[in-house]
Write a new protein. Structure first.
Length: 89
């Protein structure tokens, strides 16, 4: 039993998330938040949906999405609201 447990511990350390998994988690979180009725969110809302992803990574993905023209930011700082870019914008 002890040997099996040691082997298990050794293998757990070898398991890694696939490349891009955290980025995809943030993108999925954005889509989930934009699917809500008010379709706006704050950085803190997104960070709660993405445990284990650093704040810097979340901001990086938000900037990527903003540069791609998919989302927009209204305001600055912690109270800034992110939303989907509308057809009329």
């Amino acid at each position: 039993m002890k040997t099996a447990y040691r082997d298990f511990i050794d293998r757990v350390g070898e398991v890694k998330a696939p490349r891009g998994a955290k980025r995809q988690m943030v993108i999925d979180g954005i889509a989930r938040l934009l699917a809500r009725p008010n379709a706006t969110f704050r950085l803190a809302d997104l960070e709660q949906l993405c445990p284990g992803v650093s704040c810097d990574m979340v901001r990086h993905v938000l900037r990527e999405q903003q540069t791609a023209g998919l989302i927009t930011c209204a305001g600055r700082g912690a109270g800034a609201l992110w939303s989907r870019v509308g057809k009329g914008e």
